[in-house]
Design a protein around this ligand. Structure first.
Ligand SMILES: Cc1cc2nc3c(=O)[nH]c(=O)nc-3n(C[C@H](O)[C@H](O)[C@H](O)COP(=O)(O)OP(=O)(O)OC[C@H]3O[C@@H](n4cnc5c(N)ncnc54)[C@H](O)[C@@H]3O)c2cc1C
Length: 434
C-alpha cells in the first residue's frame, strides 16, 4: 500500500533525514493537519483487512515515534538511552521495519510478582551486564506477529512495578533473529483456501511466547534498565499510549464498520432485515461505530501539543474508547451469530460446489437476494468473522490486546476527574428550599 501509486501520498511522507518516502506512522505531528494525515493513513491500513489485522505496522511505529520525540525522558546516565531511542526510531523509519512487542510476564502465578515466582527467571530479566550490553534470561508473552523484523520488549502499560521488580524493569529492542531468542508459536489458524476461509487464509497474525535464552542486548538497543519508576511512567509520559490508543480506536472503528456491513448484508440476503429485533441488533453495532467515531473526532478536536512538542489527541476520549471497546467488541460476533443462525453452518467446502451436488446446492442454498455461491461466500466470511478459530482468537484479542480490561477500568476510575460531577451533587444537596 505504501508503494501503490494511488495510496503512496497518503501512506508515506518525505523523511527529514534521507529525503526518501517513509511510513506516515513515523510522522511526528506538529499540527492538526499532521494528525489528520496520520488518521487517514491508519484508516487505510485498517480498512484493508476490515480491522482484522490488529498489528499493522502503524501501531508500534506510533509508539516509537512518540518515544523518540520524548527522548530526554529516557535519560543519559552511564549509557545514553535518550540517544538510543532516537537512533532506533530513525533506523526503523528509514528501513521500513516491522515490529512486534511483548509487555507481559508469563502467566505462571498471577497472585505474586515476577521475583516471587517458583523460579525468578520465569519472567525475562537481567542476568548480567558486560561491556557489550545486557544479558537477558527468561520469557515474556504475548508477541503477536512474530514474523516481524524486530521485537520491542517494554514494560506493561497497565501493571506497575516496585523495587522488587528491578531486574525486570527493562525496555529494549532486538532483531527477531538475535542469538538465543526463540518464539514458541501457537497452532496456526491460517487456512489455505481463500474461498473457504476468507479471513483466516489472509490475516492470521500468529501469537508467540518469547524466550530469551541468555540473549545479549547491545547497549545501543537498551532504553530503560533496572528502573521501575521510569518503566511505570514510560507509556504515559512519553505520549506513546495516546498515539497507540488512537491507532487502536481507528482500527476498532474500521472493524465495527465492517461488521455492521456484514450483519446488514446477511439480514438483507435472507430477508431477515424486516424484523425489528434484527434491526435493533444491527443498530447496536451502528451505535458502536458512531461512538468510536465520536471519541476519535473529540480527541482530534481537542488536540494540543504535549510536553515534547507533538500535537497530541486529547487523552480523555481516547482513553474512554480504549476502555469501552473490550465491553462492546464481543457483541460484534454475537450479533452475526444471532442473525446468521443455521445459515452459518450451511457453508459447504469449495469442493462441494464443483461436485455432483452442485444442482442441489444451487437450488437449496439460494437466498432472497443471492444465488447459492454468493450466499455461501457471504456466510463463510461471516463464520470466519464470528465463529471460526480465527474468529475466536479475534474475540480474545479485542478483549485483552490493550491489557486486562478489569485493571484498565480500575485505572480509568482512579484517573478520571469525577470531582465536577460530585460537586454538582453536593451543590444540590446543599440547596435550602430553593
Ligand atoms: C490474542 C492476543 C494477542 C495479544 N498480543 C499481545 C502483543 O502483541 N504484545 C503483548 O505484549 N501482549 C499481547 N497480548 C497480551 C495482553 O497484553 C494480555 O492479555 C493482557 O495484558 C492481560 O494479561 P494476561 O493475558 O496475562 O491476563 P492475566 O493477567 O493472567 O489475567 C487472567 C485473569 O486474572 C485476572 N487478574 C490477574 N491479575 C489480576 C489482578 N492483579 N487484579 C485483578 N484481576 C487480575 C484478570 O482480570 C483475568 O481475568 C495479547 C493477548 C491476546 C489474547
Amino acid at each position: 500500500m505504501q508503494v501503490r501509486e494511488d495510496l503512496s501520498e497518503a501512506m508515506t511522507y518525505t523523511s527529514p533525514s534521507s529525503g526518501k518516502r517513509v511510513g506516515m506512522a513515523f510522522l511526528q505531528p506538529k499540527s492538526r493537519d499532521d494528525l489528520a494525515k496520520r488518521r487517514i493513513m491508519m484508516k487505510a491500513w485498517a480498512d484493508h483487512s476490515g480491522g482484522m489485522l490488529g498489528r499493522t505496522p502503524d501501531y508500534l511505529d506510533s509508539s516509537i515515534m512518540a518515544m523518540a520525540a520524548a527522548a530526554p525522558f529516557f535519560g543519559t546516565g552511564d549509557h545514553d538511552y535518550a540517544r538510543n531511542i532516537l537512533r532506533y526510531y530513525e533506523y526503523v523509519r528509514e528501513n521500513d521495519l516491522l515490529l512486534t512487542h511483548t509487555l507481559i510476564n508469563p502467566q505462571a502465578n498471577r497472585a505474586t510478582g515476577p521475583s516471587k515466582q517458583a523460579d525468578p527467571f520465569i519472567a525475562a530479566r537481567v542476568l548480567s551486564k558486560n561491556s557489550e550490553g545486557v544479558v537477558v534470561r527468561g520469557a515474556r508473552m504475548l508477541a503477536t506477529l512474530p514474523i516481524a523484523d524486530e521485537i520491542l520488549v517494554f514494560p506493561s502499560t497497565v501493571i506497575r512495578s516496585g523495587q522488587d521488580d528491578l531486574p525486570y524493569s527493562i525496555a529494549f529492542a532486538l532483531p527477531v533473529s538475535a542469538k538465543g531468542l526463540k518464539f514458541i508459536c501457537r497452532e496456526s489458524f491460517a487456512e489455505e483456501s481463500a474461498f473457504d476461509h476468507p479471513l483466516a487464509s489472509r490475516y492470521d497474525e500468529q501469537d508467540a511466547v518469547v524466550v530469551f535464552d541468555d540473549v545479549l542486548v547491545p547497549w545501543d538497543r537498551v532504553f530503560i534498565l533496572e528502573d521501575p519508576e521510569r518503566a511505570n511512567r514510560v507509556s504515559e509520559q512519553t505520549g506513546a499510549i495516546v498515539f497507540m490508543a488512537q491507532q487502536a480506536t481507528i482500527r476498532e472503528t474500521a472493524k465495527a464498520e465492517f461488521v455492521a456491513g456484514l450483519a446488514t448484508l446477511i439480514a438483507e440476503t435472507i430477508g431477515a432485515d424486516q424484523f425489528p429485533h434484527v434491526q435493533e441488533k444491527i443498530a447496536d453495532i451502528l451505535l458502536t461505530v458512531e461512538s468510536m467515531k465520536a471519541f476519535l473526532a473529540a480527541a482530534e478536536a481537542a488536540a494540543k501539543p504535549n510536553e515534547w512538542g507533538l500535537m497530541t489527541p486529547d487523552y480523555v476520549p481516547i482513553n474512554s474508547a480504549r476502555n469501552m471497546w473490550p465491553r462492546v467488541a464481543p457483541n460484534l460476533s454475537v450479533v452475526i451469530k444471532q442473525i446468521g443462525a443455521s445459515g452459518l453452518m450451511a457453508i459447504p467446502p469449495e469442493g462441494v460446489l464443483n461436485s455432483g451436488a452442485r444442482a442441489d446446492v444451487d437450488k437449496y442454498y439460494q437466498a432472497k437476494l443471492a444465488d447459492s455461491e454468493d450466499r455461501i461466500r457471504l456466510f463463510k466470511l461471516a463464520w470466519d468473522a464470528a465463529g471460526s478459530s480465527f474468529a475466536g482468537r479475534q474475540d480474545l484479542y479485542e478483549r485483552f490486546f490493550f491489557g486486562d480490561p478489569v485493571r484498565m477500568a480500575s485505572a480509568y476510575y482512579s484517573w478520571y476527574d469525577k470531582e465536577p460531577y460530585k460537586s454538582r451533587v453536593r451543590e444540590m444537596l446543599g440547596r435550602k428550599g430553593e
